[in-house]
Design a binder for this molecule. Structure first.
Ligand code: UDP
Length: 449
């Protein structure tokens, strides 16, 4: 692989940037040269990655384009607006005499337009899927679910199971809210087509977690697969954070008892309303458990009175409570004082929790989070699913069950065993490690020719 270059292009959202940058680092350590194309919206600081060569392309977003408001409209826009600038940038890297030979392009599966660009230049493309296989298959099944009349969703049927997607229920279907519901199907059809046309899919998952789903995917998509998770465990600590992580989270954790703290974070995109925010605050305070709570700007859109509310909660919690705008999450979850993680079920957060053997409370908000959560609670049985409305009493009980009850203890036993399986995968000879070796030789010996 000496001198071979790989070009990577992430979706400019935190949960997609992190795994792609981690993958870039892994490939660098395996001897590839790295070029990263990123949009000028949500771009990471190139100086953090001096070994990579960065290229910026414009993404003209208007004032009214809101990522959290309509994710589907955002990704459709990405696929249309980036085509011309990405094509120009890709062409200039390929024709730059100072750059070494390009072996392949790796882009997020969401960026389906890049398949046609790669084909045009006769370069092979690998798709990176940054979420679980179970949620991808559930997403890809939406057209079928519409044919079978599960969609549009009926309020009275939400608790019913979907035999085609067991153990998911109708309420787990990820009908992401969007201005035009047909846009979801347009997006899925294009992403599935782009994935099938790719030269392979890299998964941020591991076989012990999703063996049957991996087999199902391979059968349906007929492309090589490389499950090489957990990405973040291969690389030394680094930061592709778009927000500055508050390092004081760690010094605060240093002062807490071992396994006593519940960490709370709903990722970068999920939003809640002010009433839900209050219930969470009361639930945390009433649980009497030490907590570290991430409240990033934008978590409660349009809220006017958040600061005084937060101050009130912190006053009641005293030394037991800490709120930060953004945390160094991986380090926080790995800290000896952290005993549980209340998450929205985003895939990176779920994996980071599994890798630290931390049982979870999952409160999915939208998209793949619902399917991930169904697997956390019903298949791997390593977390409590907050399925109903967000209410302080229920939150308090869930925290007690997780942190102090027998049920929590059992979940910890199961997640600890998953953590150990994940670690075994990574060792030389383990399945993820072998998958990574296979990927490196596939890029250098097959794709580059
Ligand atoms: N994250 C972080 N600090 C925070 C909250 C989140 O570093 O305070 C990171 C987290 O470690 C994960 C990513 O942001 O890698 C969130 O990705 P995920 O898939 O969990 O959720 P999303 O933001 O895509 O909904």
């Amino acid at each position: 692989m000496k001198g071979l270059r790989v070009i990577l292009f992430p979706v400019p959202l935190q949960g997609h940037i992190n795994p792609l940058i981690q993958l870039a680092d892994i490939l660098y350590y395996w001897g590839f040269l790295i070029s990263i194309v990123q949009t000028d919206f949500n771009s990471i600081n190139p100086s953090t990655y001096p070994h990579s060569d960065f290229h910026s392309i414009p993404l003209s977003l208007s004032e009214t384009d809101s990522v959290t408001g309509d994710v589907i409209a955002f990704v459709l826009k990405l696929n249309s607006c980036c085509t011309i600038p990405f094509r120009e940038c890709f062409s200039s890297i390929l024709s730059d005499p100072s750059k070494s030979r390009v072996a392949c392009l790796i882009t997020d599966a969401v960026l389906y337009f890049t398949q046609a660009v790669a084909d045009e230049f006769n370069i092979r493309r690998l798709a990176l899927r940054t979420s679980s296989i179970c949620s991808f298959l559930a997403f890809a099944a939406l057209p079928l679910l519409r044919e079978k009349c599960y969609i549009p969703l009926q309020e009275s049927q939400l608790e019913e199971p979907i035999p085609e997607l067991a153990p998911c229920k109708i309420k787990d279907i990820h009908m992401i809210k969007t201005g035009n519901p047909d846009d979801i199907f347009r997006f899925i059809t294009s992403m599935v087509r782009g994935t099938k046309a790719s030269s392979g899919v890299i998964w941020n998952t591991f076989e012990d977690l999703e063996r049957t789903k991996l087999a199902e995917f391979s059968q349906e998509f007929q492309v090589p697969v490389f499950p090489i998770v957990p990405f973040h465990k291969y690389c030394p600590a680094f930061s592709s954070s778009l927000l500055e992580p508050d390092e004081s989270s760690l010094s605060w954790l240093d002062k807490q008892a071992t396994n006593s703290v519940i960490c709370v974070s709903f990722g970068s995109l999920a939003v809640i309303n002010e009433k839900e925010f209050r219930e969470i605050g009361w639930g945390l305070v009433n649980s009497k458990q030490p907590f570290l709570w991430v409240v990033h700007p934008g978590l409660v859109p349009g809220a006017q009175r958040l600061d005084p509310l937060l101050e009130g909660f912190l006053q009641m919690a005293g030394e037991r409570g800490r709120v930060v705008k953004w945390a160094p999450q991986q380090a926080v979850l790995a800290h000896r004082a952290t005993g549980g993680f209340w998450t929205h079920g985003g895939w990176n957060s779920t994996l980071e929790s599994i890798c630290e053997g931390l049982a979870m409370i999952c409160q999915p908000v939208f998209g793949d989070q619902r399917v991930n959560t169904r697997y956390v609670s019903d298949v791997w049985r390593v977390g409590i699913h907050l399925e109903n409305r967000i209410e302080r009493g229920e939150i308090e009980r869930a925290i007690r069950r997780l942190m102090a009850g027998e049920e929590g203890e059992e979940m910890r036993g199961r997640i600890w065993s998953l953590k150990e399986k994940g670690e075994a995968c990574l060792r030389p000879g383990g399945v993820s490690y072998k998958s990574l070796e296979r990927l490196a030789s596939y890029i250098s010996e097959v794709l580059s020719n």
